[in-house]
Design a protein around this ligand. Structure first.
Ligand code: S3P
Length: 459
């Protein structure tokens, strides 16, 4: 990979685009359309080293910016989304450098950011816009937050409403970006979140750091807790009781030195690829195992994947382990209720492999998937149908029978990284080649995805 070309295994790209070039640069603009061709595989074997977790990278970058003193973040996510967070932090006066080995070194500004010279460009990243809005809402200046076409369609009322109740003034385009946030001295809030969203929870806890009084946030279902864990790692005190978190305002943070564990939602694509082949074997070292994220491992184990975890460790409050998996049977599953919230980022790939399972997969209570980077329920149904699968699309999920044979087809990523990766995995077991348009979307969370997939796919 010296000339920006991809190795000519199962992947061909037209027009020429180097995923490695995207990975190396921080400006991952993804302006050039590319397509990937995935050939079927016989098996999946090898080891996969994943970039740092996206959810943790965003939060560490934001908290490093408002902490006192320097932070050093190793294995920072290579994705364009986390680069968007860094770009916004720089616009807010945070000095940072990106070094060899995906290390980010940042100099914190102890809660007080600088007036940005222009709009804060969140790119495709809902996490950046929602979580950072909690921080800029407490700064005594006006920030404009903008995003790409996909982000501009996503709901922001969920942060606008509680942040306004805390005292910020926020203008939007009918609850959608761009957001124009005029910060002020915030007052604490006692807030029962109507939507189960870890981004909203983190946004409000970050805002609560600056607020007068104790902020209390209650979530309808337990969502990922990286915001709480990261706040503690940076020295804040907070209390959790059941689904409720309390945080006292006026606390200062201090910078940290941390190594970010491998992204479990990116691992999901390889775990599902391994699940497709009896006799597959994968090793994934340094993987995030946070219990609020690891439900996928239980589901895949129930479906027949043999999983063992070695070298379990805790780093800054996050569980990290090495995973060994072996493919066996692939039974099927029902994902509903709290599981749908816990698996929200992994449902597209589980649904994409569903036709190859024995009993199929049913997904319920996952309406949130319709307002992600794309309408992921519609995108999954459309691509599966193009591959010849029978699918029932529902308002809040999908029902996909098992025991189906799929054929290669021309698919679309819908500009959504997780759709591009999910169908690259489904293509491994299809008959014939699959072409995925808009393949450059993988750079949002995992620029090296195709190279890694080619390394582990045996043909
Ligand atoms: C995330 C939470 C989830 C998830 C997103 C990352 C986070 O979104 O889909 O990819 O880092 O908190 P919601 O909070 O909107 O459910």
């Amino acid at each position: 990979m010296t000339n920006g070309r991809l190795p000519h295994h199962g992947l061909v790209k037209k027009p020429e685009i180097g995923f490695s070039l995207l990975a190396a640069n921080i400006d991952l603009s993804m302006k050039t359309e590319s397509q990937a061709i995935i050939r079927p595989a016989r098996n999946v074997r090898g080891s996969v080293h994943l970039p740092g977790d996206k959810s943790i990278s965003h939060r560490y970058a934001m908290l490093a910016g408002i902490a006192e003193g320097p932070s050093r973040l190793e294995n920072y996510s290579t994705g364009a989304d986390c680069a968007s967070t860094l770009v916004c932090m720089r616009a807010l006066g945070v000095a940072w450098q990106r070094k060899e080995g995906n290390v980010v070194e940042a100099q914190g500004r102890d809660l007080s950011l600088a007036v940005p010279a222009g709009p804060l460009d969140c790119g495709n990243s809902g996490s950046t816009m929602r979580m950072l809005s909690g921080i800029v809402a407490a700064q005594r200046f006006t920030s404009e937050m903008i995003g790409d076409e996909s982000l501009s369609r996503r709901p922001m009322e969920r942060v606008i409403q509680p942040l306004s109740a805390m005292g910020a003034q926020i203008a939007s385009r009918e609850g959608k970006p761009p957001l124009r946030i005029t910060g002020s001295g915030l007052k604490a809030i006692d807030y029962k979140m109507p939507v189960a969203s870890a981004q909203v929870k983190s946004c409000l806890l970050f805002a609560g750091l600056f607020a007068d009084g104790e902020t209390r946030v209650e979530e309808p279902l337990r969502t990922r807790d990286h915001g709480e864990v990261a706040l503690r790692a940076f020295g804040a005190q907070l209390e959790r009781k059941g689904n409720e978190v309390r945080l006292r305002g006026g606390q200062h943070l201090r910078g940290i030195e941390a190594r970010i564990p491998g992204d479990l939602s990116s691992a999901a694509f390889f775990l599902c690829a391994a699940a497709l082949f009896p006799g597959s074997q994968l090793i994934i070292p340094n993987l995030l195992m946070n219990p609020t994220r690891a439900r996928l491992l239980d589901i895949l184990a129930q479906m027949g994947l043999r999983i063992s975890v070695t070298q379990l460790d805790e780093v800054h409050g996050e569980l990290v382990g090495s995973l060994q998996v072996e493919g066996g049977r692939l039974i099927g599953a029902t994902i509903a209720g709290a599981d749908s919230a816990a698996l929200i980022d992994e449902i597209p790939v589980l649904a994409a492999i569903a036709p190859y399972t024995e009993q199929g997969i049913e997904v319920r209570d996952a309406r949130e998937l319709r307002v992600k980077e794309s309408d992921r329920i519609a995108a999954v149904a459309s691509n599966l149908r193009l591959m010849g699968a029978q699918v029932e699309e529902r308002d809040d999920g999908l029902k996909i029978p098992g025991g189906q044979t799929l054929h290669g087809a021309e698919l679309d990523s819908f500009g959504d990284h997780r759709i591009a990766m999910a169908f690259s995995v489904a293509a491994l077991r299809a008959q014939g080649e699959t072409l995925i348009r808009g393949a450059e979307a993988v750079a949002i969370s995992y620029p090296a995805f195709f190279q890694t997939l080619e390394e582990v796919a045996e043909r």
